[in-house]
Design a protein around this ligand. Sequence first.
Ligand code: CP
Length: 305
Amino acid sequence: MPRHLLNPMDFSVEELDKLMDLAGDIERNPDKYAHACDRKILATCFYEPSTRTRLSFESAMYHLGGHVLGFSSANSSSAAKGESVSDTIRMIGCYADICAMRHPKEGAPLVASEKAEIPVINAGDGGHQHPTQTLTDLLTIRSTKGHLDHQTIGLCGDLKFGRTVHSLIEALSRYEGMHFVLISPPELRVPEYITDLLKEKNIPFEEVISLDEAMPQLDILYMTRVQRERFFNEEDYIRMKDFYILNNDKMALAKEDMIVMHPLPRVNEIALEVDSDPRALYFKQAQYGMYIRMALILTLLEVEV
Ligand code: CP
């Protein structure tokens, strides 16, 4: 049976370490991996818009010497004619060796994996999970801070619909000495299953509204955009969308070695003036995404270099 990545918890902490070590080796020695996936094909099946995830997957496969096919919207596939995800993945298995799938419905990549004869990677399913963003985030933190444990991390913005937040909290809950500061308006608090997980594991967390008050204690600030596409009505979105705007005045409240992360795309929640602050890591973070996806493709295809 092929191995899939549907949830960040599908990999043990030891496996994640190996994956990040491999990503680091790829970054340092790209030529060594330039033909690792010769004649292999990656399918990117994206039923929802994407810039970073789809293009970094495609770039990852090209850098490994492989090929890419796929679609970038449901409308340009036979989903528009009513084809199911289960039937689609059977077809993809005839044409490709591995598939990265994004879908607006939670659990769609899981459904695909149950019928798939090739590895399926969840590239984001609704407001649920985004495991390869989490791999990217973990690599960013480890590469910058030197370790993943003993961090006070503030997650700010749309914690209800932000799937990257859900995946990252689950993944980081396995490391020692973590402290989560969940910063959101009351309407956009993190789902209860996430706070239940933290309670079960006796991991300290606070749910707060004020970003200013939270800033001084943070080692990492993980900003998120308000997820317009998951709101039921436009009025609520407009009321919430500018609730948090990180600017230089707020950055002045933070530790000198705090890092700012964001899965991107950014809308208005980080002022452009913050981009030149050396603590702003979000563009570098997106670059790490390609290396970790190269490592993931090699691992799921069981390619040894
Ligand atoms: N971080 C992320 O998932 O970005 P895209 O939606 O552009 O893929």
